[in-house]
Each structure stands twice: as structure tokens, then as C-alpha cells.
Design a protein around this ligand. Sequence first.
Ligand SMILES: [Zn+2]
Length: 323
Amino acid sequence: MYLTKKNNFFHGIVFHHFHDSKNHMKSQGSISNDEFYKIIDFIGKKNILNSEDFFEKYHKGKIKENEVCLTFDDAIKCQIDVALPILEDLKIKSFFFVYTSMFEDKPDNLEIFRFFRTNCYKDINRFYKDFFKSLDKNFENFFIEKRDIINERKKRYPFYTHDDLKFRLVRDEYLREENYEKVMLDLMKKKNFVPEDNYKNLFFEKKDIIKLDKLGHSIGLHSHYHHTKKEKLSYQDQLEDYSKNKLFLSEILNKSSNYIQTASHPFGSYNQDTLKVLDNLGIKLAFKDSMLIEKEKKMKRINNSKFEIAREDHINILRRINL
Ligand SMILES: [Zn+2]
């Protein structure tokens, strides 16, 4: 049974990566078609609303506590190849939140790096070996300094291996964004990996967005550049970013600009300016990426506003099924 005391309020379920035996390799956090069916079964199909019904019922204040919707972030091709046939089979219309910089040949590097380490290495440990080898010598001291943090995180995230945690720490706190990109680009060069050759297998194409829309799924904003920290941008920069996203999507769909009315916050990052931006762009409903009531975001309750609808991650649901 999916609903518990902790989650018996309406919300979205957020999906990212899927794998199959053909084009999409298994990667951290990815699920198979069987697992996708399992999750839907576990939630209970009767509890899952079509995206348009969710939207309408929300605005009429009529969503019941047990009702959820399915949402897909980041415009990744595996969603089209693996998840969409199942959604169509079960007749579940869903939300797809699409960032659009890939249509300017500037997709999110994080997605490319993930693809690279999944497809160019036999397993993640070989990637870590290569990655750590390519760093300068100081990083050993860095690990010694951060030993307590690693141990603390081990308790918090028991599903991560020691190397998973080391990698994340180096990426986020030792190298930081720019240097991390440099290290990854070097590794990619050494393996003769050309990102552009893989775009088709990795990201939505325009025709995928058109297809989803024609099938009755809802296309929503996810910002143009998939920044990890949207909340650090000024109001003006956020407005430009989301406006561009909206323009791209309405042009691809050949619809008027008020056709798109929903959004999700990339990496769950937003501030009060973001909410104003969404409002000014005519957005009527937006989703967070977690079930947390975040005090620093001035949230007072779950589903705090029409732009802060909670979502549970598919990985957390799968973990509960497998307990
Ligand atoms: Zn995202």
C-alpha cells in the first residue's frame, strides 16, 4: 500500500531515468519497464489522475488526499522509449517538464556526464578509479579533512557506497562546477567520447514534444538552462530564463504563449522571485522535487501554494516496495 500517514496528501510522483535492453543502459537511479509497472501498481492506478484532471481539480479545490499525478522531468529520451508506451498502455496522461537549452545545442552537462560514465565504463567503480586518478595530489588531504563528513553522510544515505560519497564530495566541494567540468571533459576526450553523437539517444527531439502533446500529455516549463541553483539568480535573470523556456516550447508546439500553464522547479531550487516569475508568465501550477516542508523557503505546510506542489521521487517509492 503506497499511502501512509506520512504521504496521504495529494502530490506528484517524479520520474527521471529509465533503462531497457536496447538503447538505454542501466544507471544510478534508473528503472526498467517492469519496475515502472510495479510502481504504478503499488500506488494503485485508481489513485493516479490524468494531468489535465489534476490541474482542473486542483483549481476547483477538489483533489482528494489519495490522488496523485505522474510527472517526468528533464526531457530525457529514455522516458519516450521506455515510459511512454506504458503510459499509453495504461491510459495515464502525465506531466512532462522540459528544459530547452538542448535545442540550442547547449544541453545540461550533468546529463552528458552521467551518460558518459554509464556508457563508457564497465561499471561505476572503474569510472571512479579514472576520475580520482585524474585529480591533483591534494585531494587525498581533502578526504582526510572531510572524513567526518563522509562518515556522517554514510549514515544519512545508506544506499550510497563509500566511493559514491567521495565522488560527490569532490565534485561539489573540492572541484566545484568549473573544475569538475574540466576534469570530465578531459576524461571524455581520452575515451574519444563526442557528446553531440549521443544527443538523439539522450534528449528529447522536437518531434517528441509534439508527439506527447498530441497524445494528451501536458508539457510544462522546467527553465531554459537547467541550473542547479535557480534561487541564486536575480529576478530579471530568472524571468529571462523561464521566458525563453516558454517561448521555445510554445514555438515547438506551434501554440499561443498562454498554452503552457504548468512548471516544475529544476533541482527543486526556487525562491520568492521564482514564484513571481511563474505568476507573471501565466503559470497556474508548479511542482517541487520533494515532500519536505522547507522552512527556509517560508513554507508553512505541504502543498504550500499552487507553485509548491509536493512530489515524491520514484526511487523512494521503489525502495519502499523492495523493503
Ligand atoms: Zn530537472
